[in-house]
Design a protein around this ligand. Structure first.
Ligand SMILES: [Zn+2]
Length: 83
């Protein structure tokens, strides 16, 4: 049974779905919308990009992955380009 709590990606209070992120050895509790979009929490997107040496070293699939920042869904590239 899923519980209602704060989505780890967008912060919305909702029924959460625990799922493993593609390419990252961790799981997050995301609301239905974030799960459908396969969105990463921004802190995870930022930390993982830093781990691989920054945006210039990131694979295209990673740059096009979805995260959530300042109230909207963005690609990892968009979210980190103006950071
Ligand atoms: Zn969410």
């Amino acid at each position: 049974m899923n519980e209602t709590r704060e989505c780890e990606t967008c912060g919305k209070i909702a029924e959460l779905f625990c799922y493993a992120l593609p390419g990252i050895p961790m799981s997050v509790g995301n609301c239905r919308e974030c799960t459908n979009r396969c969105a990463y929490p921004f802190s995870t997107a930022k930390a993982n990009t830093w781990c691989i040496g920054g945006l210039e070293n990131a694979a295209d699939w990673w740059l096009e992955s979805t995260t959530f920042k300042d109230g909207k869904y963005l690609t990892v590239k968009e979210a980190l380009s103006d950071a």
